[in-house]
Design a protein around this ligand. Structure first.
Ligand code: ATP
Ligand code: MG
Length: 232
């Protein structure tokens, strides 16, 4: 099935997010079909990170409705946030790995928090680390890894719980082109298995490299929402 035939998995209706008097997002309405690949672009300060944060309840909207995978986030109690996050994989620009835990533990923590049995955790974590090419570094601590290696661990952590939606904030922002290609390839494979992907980036080269929808923000407003011409 084409993404366009799918019901919306993410829906924003007149969403505004204020910081004091300033509006980081200003009345954004949009729908993203399940299994879509979407880039969120726009200049620095346009609201890309703010938009992603609203989707995982790193922030709440000041006004408007945010619906993610059938859940109405405006009304969601704090104790239900872990349930939301289990449906999401999140890749942060600065990786956010725990410096004092091994590669293996960083990835396993997601499944431990979800209460998975220990044996299932070991099998799944090893599989995912192999997928991202980090199985030989499983006992390493993140500060001893290169940026590209840390980002591959972050991708493994985002994918280990088999999320429905992957949110990635500048996932290749600080990587060289070879590492960036590896990371984008992992993200593209998640999409090919049916996952919904949102990638925030300034990088036009990256945007042109993948058939996708493109959401362009400018000063908190939705300036454009189109299909990449690569995408039939
Ligand atoms: N915690 C905060 N307090 C006050 N203002 C904030 C805060 N976080 C973000 N902003 C403001 O909100 C606006 C949008 O920020 P956001 O981080 O979403 O932009 P961005 O598009 O991700 O930019 P970049 O490309 O630089 O990452 C900016 O004007 C920013 O200064
Ligand atoms: Mg940002």
């Amino acid at each position: 099935m084409q993404a366009a035939d799918q019901p919306a998995i993410i829906r924003l209706f007149r969403v505004t997010r204020r910081y004091g008097a300033a509006k980081a997002l200003d009345e954004i309405s949009l729908e993203i079909p399940a299994s879509a690949f979407v880039f969120i672009t726009g200049p620095s300060g346009a609201g890309k990170t703010t938009l992603l944060k609203l989707l995982y309840l790193g922030l709440r909207a000041s006004e408007g409705q945010v619906i993610v995978d059938g859940m109405n986030l405006a009304r969601m109690d704090r104790h239900r946030i872990p349930m939301l996050r289990r449906r999401l994989g999140i890749i942060f620009q600065d990786y956010k790995l725990i410096a004092t835990r091994s590669v293996y533990e960083n990835v396993a923590l997601v499944l431990e928090a979800a209460g998975a049995p220990r044996r299932a955790i070991a099998a799944r974590v090893n599989t995912v680390l192999r997928t991202v090419g980090m199985e030989e570094r499983r006992d390493a601590l993140p500060p001893s890894l290169s940026g590209g290696e840390q980002q591959r661990v972050a991708v493994a952590r985002a994918l280990v719980g088999e999320p429905r939606i992957l949110l990635a904030d500048e996932p290749t922002g600080s990587l060289d082109s070879a590492s960036a290609a590896v990371v984008m390839n992992l993200i593209t494979r998640f999409h090919q298995r049916g996952g919904t992907v949102l990638v925030a980036t300034h990088d036009h080269h990256l945007i042109r490299s993948v058939p996708a929808r493109v959401i362009r923000l400018e000063a908190g407003r939705l300036a454009e929402f189109h299909h990449n011409p690569l995408n039939p």
